[in-house]
Design a protein around this ligand. Sequence first.
Ligand code: NAD
Length: 360
Amino acid sequence: MAKIAVLPGDGVGPEVVREAVKVLTTAGARFGIALEFEEGIVGGAAIDRAGTPLPPETLSLCRASDAILFGAVGGPMWDGLPVNRRPERGVLLLRKELGLYANLRPIRLFASLVDASPLKREIIEGVDLMMLRELTGGLYFGEPKGIIPAPDGKGEQGVDTLIYTTHEIERIARVGFQIATQRRKRLTSVDKVNVLASSELWRRVVTETATEFPDIELDHMLVDNCSMQLIRDPRRFDVVLTENTFGDILSDEAAMLAGSIGMLPSASLGDGPGLYEPIHGSAPDIAGQDTVNPLATILSAAMLLRHSLHQEAAAAAIEAAVSRVLEAGYRTPDIRQPGRTVLVGTAQMGDLVIESIRKG
Ligand code: NAD
């Protein structure tokens, strides 16, 4: 029996997570996977009920589970709180507490959505890449950090520290090479070796780690060039491996290749349970209207089956079902296209995916 912690969160979180749980239940039944779901509170919902964005019971539930399905957190009613007590802190704390150092964002453009991307068809048709971002090191966590008096006595200075250790680079590089082994066997490591000492070590360690994976073709690219190549020729990429800050920026850029933010799943992996969530936020502007696109969360559920439960056939069946539903022309408002598409709501989109999984 696999135990899944379900953390719907705020805004559209509960709506999209409900559909993903329906889909997991259906895929579990079809593929004979016993699943047990237990819900926990997180984010603004947890602040309102327990006074903190990540209550200890929620953290214990996550630690005791095989995987975590997460919706989204945040909303205008909590925007007045200090940064370290806001809903968004809930997900940052979870990543830190569970040591989720590897963030995977597959960027796949479904053939039927080519026209939903702002880029030209001839550039993006067939895009299928994996952004792999180191999530717990680098500039966002390095010490010293803060605003201190400037040494010349004139005002202040803001300090952040960019640190990477051999161990941190090696473990994320291994995840990258392992993913590439299951894909098209190419890995592009992104750095800024011409300027940064941390990048010099990054490139050296990635190159050394590559010797453990002789089947994988490795190349290195400077981050500024990568940001250009992602738009110029995105199909050249298979796995893109990079550090925390570069990954933060490049993964949002790459997300636009796939059209809508409502289509993009993610996984954050460490040595314990993995966390699966759509890349979008709590979308308070459309919450409670049955219009939010649940496919990013449904595709995150497929990643959960693949990466945490090692159920590749069930994961692929969900992805194929999503593809068939889109090919049949069903669209939530964010991916609506003029012409022959049929507009559906959140729950109906979930039902269509379920029906398609059952028919297989
Ligand atoms: P957002 O991703 O919530 O929404 C941006 C825009 O995209 C909105 O117009 C929204 O309606 C639309 N959108 C988002 N997801 C959609 C979907 N599945 N289907 C259709 N349309 C969709 O980003 P935001 O508005 O900047 O942030 C809203 C709140 O979410 C903030 O409080 C922010 O801090 C929080 N947030 C949370 C997470 C997280 O939980 N991991 C991530 C990002 C933002």
